[in-house]
Design a protein around this ligand. Structure first.
Ligand code: HGY
Ligand code: MN
Ligand code: MN
Ligand code: MN
Length: 437
């Protein structure tokens, strides 16, 4: 095994610089150790484009090549000695939900770049090309569905349907799209051409390994340095419109009401109940249900809500169990509609399969951890990731580093410099091994 050192100072500095490309007010000084910059960086907004331009500068300075596809997936490439072989890929995302932390996704992109630079500086010569990807729109914030770039790479989403997806930039009410589509927004951002050309040919990647923060508490709790992801839970999301009948908060009497928000409130508690029941039945914790977005119309203090939009995020490692929760939820919706005289419409945003990691890549990483004396744990990813969809076209695995207190998608998301260095070095050694097999 080669001796390899990661330039962790360089990597941490770049993570800090990227964190400052944000729509959140910059924190002046760091009041507490590990207090990180809050990050809002929504796909195809000026901040996102600024981050992309900054990243490309870094890559060119490191002597690698850069190409962008029609949806803005950005490929940082280090040519191998044998151009005929499938490449080895890594990468993640730099878009961030509103008021997020600075490590989600960015550790995978800048860690991948650092892995490539450190290997090159150590004199390593790859047989297979090595690519680090910055993937477009991993977060569902703007278009309602996550992983648009990797779904297109994996051929998991119809390119024309993708281009018709409506822009729901958070300034607007989630139930009131801006009227623009992904096609309009990406072309205004400078990404032209047909999305049909984004799909990767099978064999483009010999192997794919994504480095990511765990976004959960297990590694830190058990004092383990690295997670090796064996499978990624199956995500799904659904948009509900609850139509009631509004009116004056004073004059409309209770018996005459068809209050859309009260009906929605019962729906929220119903899906929570069914998710908890699924876990009680399975004796596990793999079923999760969240309603994180509610739109109330007209949203006036003295007006009975006539329309409410809800977005459900429902996930499980087992698709049948996930779908069982959904059908129990549907039965409750029918009863609520009938009893409260409201109408509920459901729109499926996405309902995806779980992803299974390549055993060969998992074993490769395990062997490296043992040789390097790095503690590791095989585990499930409950967050979805771009790897969920790259897995459709390439053997895939993920590496996790510990998240402080399991916190993520919040400004106090934090991973220590040591854990970032260990994760990046394990990634680099795995890429080197896979690139020369
Ligand atoms: O929601 C997720 O699992 C991912 O972090 N976007
Ligand atoms: Mn995220
Ligand atoms: Mn992420
Ligand atoms: Mn992800």
């Amino acid at each position: 095994m080669m001796t390899l050192t990661i330039n962790i100072e360089r990597l941490l500095h770049e993570l800090d610089l990227l964190a400052l490309i944000t729509d959140c007010p910059p924190i002046q000084d760091r009041p507490l150790p590990g207090t990180t910059q809050a990050v809002t960086r929504i796909v195809f907004t000026p901040r996102d484009l600024e981050a992309r331009a900054w990243l490309k500068e870094l890559v060119l300075a490191a002597g690698f090549t850069v190409r962008e596809d029609a949806v803005g997936n950005t490929f940082l490439r280090w040519e191998g000695t044998d151009a005929g072989l499938g490449a080895v890929g890594t990468g993640s995302h730099t878009d961030a939900i509103p008021y997020a932390g600075m490590y989600d996704g960015t550790v995978g992109v800048l860690g991948g770049l650092e892995a490539m630079r450190s290997l090159k500086e150590a004199g390593f010569v790859p047989k297979r090309a090595i690519e680090t990807l910055m993937l477009t729109s991993e977060e569902p914030t703007r278009f309602g569905i996550g992983c648009i770039g990797s779904r297109l790479l994996g051929g998991v989403i119809d390119p024309e349907a993708a281009d018709r997806m409506l822009d729901r930039l958070p300034e607007t009410d989630a139930s009131a799209p801006t009227g623009l589509t992904l096609a309009d927004v990406r072309q205004a951002a400078g990404f032209h051409g047909s999305l049909a050309g984004v799909k990767l040919p099978i064999g483009h990647y010999h192997a794919w390994v994504e480095l990511h923060i765990e976004q959960g508490p297990l590694l830190e709790r058990e004092g383990i340095e690295l997670g090796i992801v064996t499978n990624i839970a199956a995500p799904s999301s659904y948009r509900y419109t609850v139509e009631g009948f509004g009116g004056h908060a004073g004059a409309l009497l209770m018996p005459d009401r068809r209050d859309a928000l009260c009906a929605a409130a019962e729906m929220i508690l119903s899906v929570e109940r069914h998710a908890r029941a699924a876990n009680a039945n399975s004796g596990g914790v793999d079923t999760v249900a969240t309603i994180g977005m509610v739109g109330v119309y007209p949203g006036a203090v003295n007006s009975v809500p006539s329309r409410v939009t809800l977005i459900l995020d429902l996930r499980d490692t087992d698709v049948a169990r996930r779908d069982g929760v959904l059908s129990a939820f549907h039965a409750d919706i029918a009863e609520i509609e009938q009893r409260r005289g409201v109408k509920v419409q459901e729109e499926i945003v996405n309902a995806d399969a779980p992803a299974k990691s390549s055993e060969h890549i998992v074993e490769t990483v395990e062997t490296i951890c043992k040789a390097e004396g790095v503690s590791y744990k095989k585990m499930v990813s409950r967050a979805y990731h771009d790897s969920s969809f790259i897995a459709v076209v390439a053997p895939t695995a993920m590496l996790f580093i510990p998240s402080r207190a399991g916190v993520s998608h919040k400004p106090d998301e934090y991973s220590t410099p040591e854990s970032i260095a260990v994760g990046t070095r394990m990634l680099a050694l795995a890429l080197a091994k896979l690139a020369n097999e």
